[in-house]
Design a protein around this ligand. Structure first.
Ligand SMILES: [Zn+2]
Length: 137
């Protein structure tokens, strides 16, 4: 656990609370619609597929592949100053949903579309654990 974390932290909302609680337990949870079964991420109150407000949280594999990324060379927040250049990566999970995240052990120039990755969890404060990814074996 880091003693001091200088980067912005996510805001836990009623819709995202289940996601962040799962991360704290080192489980990747994704919202699932109880009516049509569609998975969705980011967390939100209403199913974009059928309009239902009935949700449950399901634990997913944590395995996926790099879908896309963007490299930041000049940061707008002092907390990231030591990280530039860094890649913000969209990972597509095996279950089909995509997350904006970070691949921790791969330099941005080594990323490629389709790179297999798996989730790792970084406890950054007592309340917040961030899901990140590493290159899969
Ligand atoms: Zn639905």
């Amino acid at each position: 656990m880091m003693l001091r974390y200088d980067k912005p932290l996510p805001e836990i909302t009623p819709e995202s609370k289940g996601f962040w609680e799962g991360c704290r337990r080192h489980e990747l949870l994704i919202q699932k619609c109880r009516v049509c079964g569609a998975l969705r991420h980011y967390p939100r109150a209403m199913c974009p597929n059928c309009g239902s407000w009935e949700i449950e949280w399901v634990k997913v594999s944590g395995r996926g592949k790099v879908y896309s990324w963007m490299v930041t060379h000049r940061t707008f927040h002092h907390g990231f100053a030591g990280d530039v250049p860094y890649a913000s990566v969209i990972v597509e999970l095996e279950e089909g949903v995509r997350l904006m995240t970070e691949v921790v052990d791969v330099k941005s120039e080594e990323l490629y579309i389709g790179m297999p990755v798996e989730v790792v969890f970084e406890d950054v404060t007592p309340e917040i654990t961030l899901p990140k990814f590493k290159k899969a074996a």
